[in-house]
Write a protein that binds this ligand. Structure first.
Ligand code: FES
Length: 118
C-alpha cells in the first residue's frame, strides 16, 4: 500500500450507465436493447438540470450484469441499480444523488449475477 495520500477527488461521484449493444441473437441481451442509451442521456440531462455539483454521468461498456439492465453503478459508493423508465431515473437522482439515500426497489443485489456458462 502506498504511503502517499491521494489527490482530492476530481469528481465526487461517477454514474456509469451501460449502453452496450450486442447482436440481438445474444441470449444475455444488452442494455442498449433495453433502452440504455435513451435512459443514460435522460439521466445526464436531468442530473445537470438539477444542478448537482461534482457528478459525472458516463456512458459505459458492458458492466457484466446485462440480464438486469439497463444497469448503472454509482461510485465511490459502488451501488448498482437497474433503471427502466423516467420515473426510475428521477428517483435515483433525487434519492441517491441529492439526498444521499438509496432506492431499495431498484438496487441490484450481490446475488444477482450472470448465469454461469462454464
Ligand atoms: S450489456 Fe449492460 S451490463 Fe452487459
Amino acid at each position: 500500500m502506498s504511503d502517499q495520500s491521494d489527490p482530492e477527488l476530481y469528481f465526487s461521484t461517477h454514474v456509469f450507465c451501460c449502453t452496450n449493444q450486442r447482436d440481438p441473437s445474444d441470449p444475455r441481451g444488452s442494455c442498449h436493447a433495453r433502452g440504455g442509451v435513451g435512459l443514460r442521456n435522460m439521466f445526464k440531462k436531468k442530473a445537470k438540470s438539477a444542478g448537482i455539483e461534482g457528478v459525472r454521468v458516463n456512458a459505459a461498456g458492458c458492466l457484466d450484469r446485462c440480464e438486469f439492465g439497463p444497469a448503472i453503478v454509482i461510485y465511490p459508493e459502488g451501488i448498482w441499480y437497474t433503471m427502466q423508465n423516467e420515473a426510475d431515473v428521477d428517483e435515483i437522482i433525487q434519492t441517491h444523488l441529492i439526498e444521499g439515500g438509496r432506492v431499495e426497489r431498484l438496487m441490484l443485489k450481490p446475488d444477482q449475477v450472470p448465469p454461469q456458462t462454464d
